[in-house]
Design a protein around this ligand. Structure first.
Ligand SMILES: [Zn+2]
Length: 169
């Protein structure tokens, strides 16, 4: 799985070129994965509780155990305890399976025409790192399913401070 994800740049090129059988198959799988995650994130986003910001976010990820978890943002009047979509999904995963590995993440945010890429915030990037490697494949999509940014956790959080920094001293 790690190798597959690490080749995300190749996948993108393969999709554009439309050749190479193996790469095509990989791109097709990726498309199906995106579709499943987009659907789950969209359902979660429909329940977003964002009365203050009106900024509805949905996130869904796939684990290496084959399960999908989704979350949405939850606000409160004081702003101190707003729960982000990724955090809600991670909490559900830990309740259900304990610590497992996240392999693909889709985040939906913004409006249909704004073109904004809603990536995980800094806090969520750090939290995701507990359950994913630098090769975690992340797609930021608009509400209509248009992919606005494809990246990896390693690209979003370079030179990260990791659990190993504490445990491996
Ligand atoms: Zn966040």
């Amino acid at each position: 799985m790690a190798g597959q994800v690490r080749n995300s740049h190749l996948c993108r090129h393969a999709r554009e070129d439309g050749n190479h059988g193996a790469d095509q198959e990989r791109a097709r799988l990726k498309k199906e994965t995106f579709a499943a995650l987009f659907q789950a994130a969209g359902k979660a986003r429909a329940h977003s509780y964002a009365p203050i910001s009106k900024f509805n976010v949905g996130a869904a990820f796939l684990t290496d155990t084959g399960n999908i978890y989704a979350g949405t943002n939850v606000e409160e009047a004081g702003f101190n305890f707003t729960i982000h979509a990724e955090q809600g999904a991670i909490a559900q995963m830990v309740v259900a399976e304990g610590r497992t590995r996240i392999t693909h993440l889709v985040v939906i945010g913004g409006e249909p025409a704004d073109g904004m890429a809603c990536t995980p915030c800094g806090h969520c990037r750090q939290l995701l790192l507990e359950f994913a490697g630098d090769d975690l494949e992340i797609a930021a999509a608009g509400p209509d399913g248009d992919i606005r940014l494809e990246t990896t956790l390693g690209e979003l959080l370079p030179h990260a401070f990791r659990l190993s920094n504490i445990l491996d001293r």
